[in-house]
Ligand binder design. Sequence first.
Ligand code: AMP
Length: 289
Amino acid sequence: MCSELHGFMLIYYTIESLRAKLSEFRAQNQSLGFVPTMGALHQGHLSLIAECQKKTKVSICSIFVNPTQFNNTNDLAKYPVDLERDIDLLKSAGCDILFAPSAAEMYPNGPESNHFDFGKIERVMEGEHRPGHFNGVGTVVGKFFEIIEPDIAFFGEKDFQQLAIINKLVELKNYDVEIAGCPILREPDGLAMSSRNVRLTKEQRKAAPTIFKSLQFAKYNYRSFTPNTLKEKVQELINIEDELNVEHVEIRTADNLSEVVEWPVNTDFRIFVAVFAGEIRLIDNEQLN
Ligand code: AMP
């Protein structure tokens, strides 16, 4: 952590004021670490901040619920927001800087999304089921990279496909930033931490750990099945819960998200799921080998 800031957190709402401060750090050769979030923070987010503090001198967290990455207006309207609580959490985690811009600050001409050619990784899973989502993510993360110019940016493997998209974005736009992937943090019962979890009803919350249990079943038993039958089995296991409804189960390689049709040798592969609990869409994934 930057000693000058110990015990404090600076909060910026405008690009100009943030950039002015960051240029001071850059002039002192302080490395900048960046953790983009949409707020409603939980321990998963704070684990990214902790990783950021280990690897860089100044930790910068952004909180911005980016309208252009929501393909579902209801999901955007109901996205949990609690800036005061988030500020307290970030302060106690020792984060140095919070950047919390308004939509008008980020999109002065109104929300807009660039079109990127991320290749085939944008056409599967989240890309297939959430049209426009990754163009929205690429647009906002690109803007943040250009504003902050971080040395390292930290992303969770909870959104594994997003991490792949960000790596592709860096390649496409030639950003001078290192991308660090961080492991998924889970509740004690295995449910992947997510801002959307607070929206689950008591019954949905009780059923939700079945998602992780099914992924664990897949991890320890995959060799007994073909990839296709394993996907069906996992879908069945999750759908046993009345409260849960599988959208997709996929098994793909970690490097380029190619579909796994036979168990590969010498390549990491993962199982990915998206599951509806009522109208709340939960995603999770787990490395199988
Ligand atoms: P979000 O606020 O959901 O956009 O997430 C901000 C960042 O936190 C992304 O890089 C996510 O992948 C990461 N993240 C969200 N949930 C978790 C989790 N349970 N464990 C680790 N990282 C997470």
